[in-house]
Structure formats: C-alpha cells, structure tokens
Design a protein around this ligand. Structure first.
Ligand SMILES: Nc1ncnc2c1ncn2[C@@H]1O[C@H](COP(=O)(O)OP(=O)(O)OP(=O)(O)O)[C@@H](O)[C@H]1O
Ligand SMILES: [Mg+2]
Length: 183
C-alpha cells in the first residue's frame, strides 16, 4: 500500500510539477515511518529511540514525499548497521525545534562514511551496497529541495553517521489552526 501511494504521488507530481502543501506533523510522520520499518528494525536487531517534541513539529509540505525521505534515511541507517554490525545496533530519531526550522536527525552506529563514499553521496547510481540502486539519497535531495529544506550528514564521535534534514517550520499561528477550528 505504501509503495502504491508513493507511485501514485510521483505520477501526480510529474503531472502537476508541484508538491502538495499541507500541514504535516513530522513527529507523527516519524512514528508512522518507524512502525512501517518495524520488520527491518527487528531483522537488524536494532533498538529504536525516538526523541520527539510533545506538541508535535509542524511543517508545510507533501506528506508522502516527506515520508519517502524519512524512510530512505532510516533504511540507509539500518543498512549501515548490517554492513558492519556494532555490539548494540541503535537507531535514534530526533526532532529539534528551532526558530524558523525543524531539524530531523537520523543517527546510527553503523559502518560510517569514508571520504570516497561521502564524495559520491548524492551521485545517482553510486552505491557501496551489492544490491543498492544508489538512488535513495538523490531522491531525498530532490524532495527536500522542493520543500525549501536542506539535507546534510555528520560523522558521529563514537561510531556511525547522522543524517540531518532541515525544513522550514510552520509559524505558531498556522500550527494552531486545528485548535482554533475545533474549539
Ligand atoms: N547512514 C549511512 N551510513 C553509512 N553510509 C551511508 C549511510 N547512508 C548512505 N550511505 C552511503 O551512501 C550511499 C548512497 O546512498 P543511497 O541511499 O543514495 O543509495 P543506496 O542505499 O546504496 O541504494 P538505494 O537506491 O537502494 O537507496 C550508500 O551506498 C552508502 O554507501
Ligand atoms: Mg538507500
């Protein structure tokens, strides 16, 4: 069902050339994405930690595209933990609220990124994996740019990598739209 929604959305998108601009709670989307990857987490033997703001984290955008980005980043993190398994594989998803921006951090303690891989990160069809297509991050970057966001990575002090996604944050007034209309 998820795959067919993505395909339908990509078709719609190529017709209209515009992503949807709906109010999206990234915290909710992260929870949904984590349960979507439940089986993948279990087969990697990875524990999941979620650090999400209680009141949600609102952005404007296309839920299906944003979920595709989140799922791709999570899949890469899990792949990295299977490539070079740490003693305790751990995937951490964190949302940080800043003035004007929401930052998602997808942190793993997997194989990490060498300079060669890092140089080709966003090059389509460049993959270090035997069955990798090498298009996940290219798609992520296109979708993120359509949302006026940014995507970058950092190397963890201990082990593994963190991918960061920054998206423009909805103004407080817009965040409260639901509260106003339902009260
Ligand atoms: N969290 C990570 N840790 C280590 N390496 C990573 C991580 N995320 C991405 N990479 C590296 O970046 C490369 C490109 O990632 P990308 O998602 O574009 O393609 P892929 O995962 O190889 O294939 P797919 O098209 O199935 O996603 C990967 O092959 C891997 O070498
Ligand atoms: Mg990938």
């Amino acid at each position: 069902m998820f795959a067919s929604r993505v395909i339908v959305r990509i078709r719609e998108f190529t017709r209209s050339h515009q992503p949807r601009h709906a109010r999206v709670d990234l915290a909710e989307l992260l929870r949904a994405s984590a349960s979507l990857l439940d089986w993948d987490l279990r087969r990697t033997g990875a524990s999941l930690s979620l650090d999400l703001p209680e009141g949600g984290a609102f952005v404007r955008g296309d839920e299906v595209m944003l979920q595709q980005v989140i799922v791709n980043l999570m899949r890469n993190a899990l792949d990295a933990m299977r490539t070079d398994p740490p003693e305790e594989p751990r995937l951490s998803l964190r949302l940080v609220l800043r003035t004007g921006e929401v930052e998602l951090q997808v942190c793993d303690n997997g194989c990490g990124l060498g300079d060669d891989v890092a140089a080709k990160l966003f090059v389509p069809f460049a993959s270090s994996k035997p069955n990798g297509m090498g298009i996940g991050l290219s798609i992520c970057r296109s979708f993120v740019e359509l949302h006026q966001g940014r995507l970058w990575f950092s190397r963890n002090a201990e082990r593994g990598a963190t991918f960061h996604l920054g998206l423009p944050r909805l103004a407080a007034e817009a965040e409260a739209t639901n509260i106003r209309t339902t009260s």
